[in-house]
Design a protein around this ligand. Sequence first.
Ligand code: FPP
Length: 230
Amino acid sequence: MAEKQHIPPRHVAVIMDGNGRWAKRRLLPRAAGHRAGMERMISLAEHAFGCGIKYFTLFALSTENLSRPAEELGALFSLFREYFGRHVGALKEKGVRLNVIGDASLLPPDIAEAAKRGEALTAGGEKGTLTFAIGYGGRREIVAAANEAVRRGREVTEEEFASLLWTGELPPPDLLIRTGGEMRISNFLLWQAAYAELYFTDTLFPDFGGEEFDAALREYASRERRFGKL
Ligand code: FPP
């Protein structure tokens, strides 16, 4: 029998693509696209938690993105600093728990520390969990978990392996959205998205507002999730 649909999904993950093209179309530097993306991300997270979504996960910087030109990386790092410095207090007020996943050793130490402080500040939040994947790569995460399993010196179950991933106790995403027109998952949540419903849109991330998010939720609600069963 088909799995009963959760409406809305418990966990939504987003690949925020298209900031650069959004800026280019306006003859603006790419950094302006990332700033518009951050503003969109803030309003979308608020919208998502308002819809009852409990886990909202955003791909903010991949391991591959780390080889972008220094100027662009610098602009992204400045945005992360700004976000962790100025916006985490609002999360705490709203009862949203901040969670940052990825290889912290790939980030400037002050950003990794600011992320840890933000997580500690918001740790009690019960409205929902906002996860940023920064310096994140699904393959890197799986290899790190496999190495941890080897260190434990015994075979592990699927459940135990999942708990060793950076996503730890997060449930798997029910719905994975990618903006910006590409139809791939680009090393994001490779293990966790095994049965996620996929939603691809041409809309560039800074233009992806609440109305289109709601359309993605309706599309999700219309899908029949069988998890490989009949
Ligand atoms: C991909 O678009 C987007 C990124 C590499 C960065 C996403 C980051 C943000 C939206 C900022 C989020 C801020 C916080 C605090 C998490 P692209 O540059 O590849 O766009 P393109 O394909 O049009 O060039």
